[in-house]
Design a protein around this ligand. Structure first.
Ligand SMILES: Nc1ncnc2c1ncn2[C@@H]1O[C@H](COP(=O)(O)OP(=O)(O)OP(=O)(O)O)[C@@H](O)[C@H]1O
Length: 773
């Protein structure tokens, strides 16, 4: 602890900085008011122009471009106002806690010691010539995270630099008062981390900016890898680090990167909500977030795509079928590429379908096929399709003129009211036509053109290609591995086609199907995205990762996960994963970073969790003690229910939120029934829920608790009969959701997944069995 005199000096500096912040807050408020006036003025102008122009001359290109310019002005003014508001919010945050670290450094050939303060954002003095606080992401700040006292090298835009770190000091400042302060020689001292980890959970994840650890800092500041794989044990800070990394990248590439160019694939909707406050707390906008299910839904509109959760719930993933294993592998994606080559060389053909207009065939599949076949074979399929489309559009234009003369158009024209006729006339007036017949001819052509727009859209959107049948053709010609016999192949194709009849698509088909569709049409690539983050990588089959890489070709990938938490797929060693993924995703600079230190749970909980795993000794528990996990053995349904109620109510007296984790939805339902009359504020969560409640009890299947954490966790039933075989990953994931308290209840003999070593870590309460009573 630093002497009280020193503390008074530091407090005086905090006060000075807060004065400076107050001044800047006033200036920011004025700037916002000014910006708001400006936004209102441009909006008003835009509103007036838009309403006049839309009615009279909607079609005139110039008017559109003028409107577009004004729309951009409005957008820019609003954005400007938003930026200022964010700056104000940052200042208000800084006011509570302007910084958390201080370093004193010395340049190699100088005797002068420089003192720098590090906080969530940078702050300059009013003359703008001195930094009162350095942003944690500034190059020099990495000295704080990486260095013990002595020479420290850090990266700058002009290359590595070395300084001597003379002193490092950490602060906890709450509402402008220093509550704790000490000097340390560690990278980031234990004391602060202890304090951060000992806190109770709230509904949202917190940023970890004040206590980032050295190995996490490597991940955060990595800008060179195009494929960064982070394999980290449960609670090692993968998600936290990932969010800090996003904040870092946004700062590092301010000019060329914005939050919309970053996509995070998150494991479920609850998680998306849970992490949503971290970036705003660092003064940054959130990246885009999507779940895999949401992503697939958009790509297969009109179909019910199975999710990995559905598959888990149906229990069909207990034994991964060889066909599924193949379709989710890199080999399947190679087969897709090979198949597309065979189409290119005429060994297989594209499957076309008619374009219909009302109840008649407008362009038949055969006709489209002939046009396609007429294109130069040397071109790619996508180019031949573009030419086919152009050809069809030209035919459509001709046909449109013919249709204009047909009875149905004349009849439709007669049925139009004056307003519709007026709209059809567009910018023409009656005076533009020589006679009434000329005007009627014009209107017929316009009407035919409008009515046939649906055909043009079908051409434009490739509706003449039958991707689903094409995929069935693909399945039929695959050179299947030997273990998949002909029966299994036929069954697979049959199931696929039958599924389609009911608008269902199995998850295993999604990656190869999207890939096939994209390769044929030359579409599906999103070039705007620069970074893709995938959390819980162990839930993604390789084929899906390859597809994501294909669809985001310009993006660098950061893939995070914990193979031990694999609920849906067999375990894979991280080194193997790096090797195969680097190859499959053609990464030029792949890197694997492993995190072994677990931060989330107390030592007792982590010791239990690690003892479940064969190589659990690789996991380092953080030294933060709490109660040992308790196992309550029950031998009767009524006893089990009673224990559940008792445990939950008792935990609620200590923690505002208690989570009950179950194997699946069915069990969650059972638990809900056992509890709903005895426990207040009980919520059962499903994959559609987006929000965790902040008090009471939540019941959820473990796959929805992925990435989340709770103060107190109750495992509803860890018996062999409920957990089933091969439950190690499940049990490990469940146990590691707990921060401070873990209770396991078993309705019957415990699961085989409990090793002797793990059982020794538990305090066991045994209820009497029927015979013993
Ligand atoms: N450097 C740190 N300083 C303070 N807290 C940290 C730090 N690193 C991790 N934590 C805390 O540890 C907990 C676990 O972090 P996080 O959820 O990011 O881990 P994870 O590896 O993604 O976990 P899992 O894979 O089990 O979901 C969080 O409460 C987080 O705030």
């Amino acid at each position: 602890m630093v002497a009280s005199q020193e503390k008074a000096i530091e407090q005086a500096r905090v006060d000075q900085v807060i004065d400076a912040i107050d001044q800047q807050i006033e200036q920011a408020k004025e700037a916002i008011a000014e910006a708001h006036r400006e936004t209102r003025a441009v909006e008003k102008n835009y509103g007036e122009n838009a309403s006049i122009n839309r009615y009279e001359v909607d079609d005139i290109a110039e008017s559109r471009s003028a409107l577009e310019q004004q729309r951009q002005l409005v957008a820019r003014a609003t954005e400007n106002e938003d930026i200022l508001k964010r700056q104000l919010a940052t200042l208000q945050e800084l006011r509570k806690s302007p910084y958390f670290g201080r370093i004193q450094i010395k340049e190699p050939e100088s005797n002068e010691i420089e003192t720098l303060y590090i906080g969530v954002a940078s702050l300059m003095n009013s003359d703008k010539n001195d930094f009162l606080v350095y942003d944690w992401r500034a190059p020099i700040s990495s000295v704080y995270y990486n260095g013990t006292l002595g020479p420290v090298t850090y990266q700058t835009p002009s290359g590595p630099r070395t300084v001597e770190l003379v002193q490092k000091r950490q602060f906890t400042i709450e509402n402008g008062r220093i509550t704790n302060m000490f000097d340390t020689n560690e990278t980031v001292g234990d004391e602060m981390l202890q304090a951060a980890l000992g806190q109770q959970n709230d509904q949202f994840m917190q940023n970890i900016v004040a206590t980032i650890q050295q190995e996490q800092n490597d991940i955060i500041r990595n800008t060179s890898s195009d494929l960064l794989i982070v394999q980290g044990v449960a609670g090692s800070g993968k998600t936290s680090t990932m969010l800090q990394r996003i904040a870092y990248l946004l700062y590092h590439s301010k000019e060329s990167l914005n939050a919309d160019q970053i996509v995070l694939f998150s494991p479920n909707l609850l998680f998306s909500q849970y992490i949503s406050e971290v970036l705003p707390s660092l003064g940054e906008r959130n990246m885009r977030q999507v779940t895999l299910a949401g992503f697939l839904k958009r790509r297969f509109e009109g179909l019910n795509v199975e999710t990995i959760f559905d598959r888990y719930e149906e229990g069909t993933d207990d034994q991964v079928q060889p066909t599924q294993k193949f379709l989710e592998s890199a080999k399947a994606m190679q087969s897709v590429r090979d198949y597309v080559e065979t189409i290119k060389h005429g060994q297989h053909s594209l499957v076309f379908t008619d374009i219909n207009f009302g109840d008649r065939v407008f362009f038949s599949a055969d006709h489209i096929q002939d046009i396609f076949n007429g294109q130069p074979a040397a071109l790619s399929i996508a180019d031949r399709l573009v030419r086919t489309k152009n050809h069809l559009i030209r035919e459509l234009q001709k046909r449109s003129r013919i249709e204009a003369k047909k009875d149905w158009i004349q009849k439709a024209l007669n049925e139009l009211d004056t307003q519709a006729i007026h709209r059809l006339m567009g910018r023409h007036s009656i005076d533009d036509f020589a006679d009434e017949q000329a005007q009627a001819r014009y209107l017929s052509r316009r009407l035919a053109h409008n009515r046939l727009r649906i055909v043009a859209d079908a051409i434009y959107n490739n509706y003449f290609l039958d991707h689903y049948s094409q995929y069935a053709q693909f399945l039929k010609q695959i050179n299947w591995p030997k273990e998949i016999n002909e029966n299994a192949q036929t069954q697979l194709i049959h199931d696929y086609q039958r599924g389609l009849e009911f608008h269902q698509l199995h998850f295993m088909h999604t990656a190869p199907l999207m890939y096939l569709r994209d390769l044929i049409t030359g579409s599906g690539e999103n070039n705007d995205f620069q970074y893709i983050f995938i959390d819980e990588m162990q839930d993604y089959p390789t084929a899906m990762l390859i597809y994501l890489h294909h669809t985001f070709p310009n993006a660098r990938f950061t893939i995070l996960g914990d193979s031990e938490q694999a609920l849906f797929y067999p375990l894979q060693l991280p080194e193997n994963l790096l090797r195969t993924l680097a190859q499959d995703l053609q990464a030029k600079k792949p890197r694997l970073i492993t995190l072994r230190q677990s931060y989330r749970s107390t030592t007792e909980i982590t010791n239990f969790a690690k003892a479940l795993l064969p190589d659990g000794d690789q996991i380092h528990a953080f030294t933060r003690h709490g109660e040992s996990p308790v196992l309550k053995m029950c031998y009767q349904q009524t006893e089990w229910e009673r224990q559940l109620q008792e445990t939950v109510n008792q935990q609620l007296t200590k923690y505002p939120t208690v989570a009950i984790l179950t194997k699946d939805q069915e069990q969650a339902q059972q638990v809900y029934h056992a509890l709903y009359r005895h426990v207040n504020h009980l919520h059962r969560l499903t994959s559609k829920d987006v929000q965790l409640s902040h008090e009471g009890v939540v019941i959820l299947p473990t796959y929805l608790a992925k990435g989340l954490e709770f103060d107190s966790v109750v495992l509803a039933d860890v018996s062999q009969k409920t957990m089933g075989p091969a439950a190690t990953g499940l049990l490990y994931t469940m146990a590691t959701r707990a921060m401070h308290n873990l209770t396991l209840i078993s309705n019957g003999p415990i699961a085989d997944a409990f090793t002797d070593q793990a059982t020794k870590q538990l305090i066991i309460h045994r209820q009497l069995s029927e015979e013993e009573r």
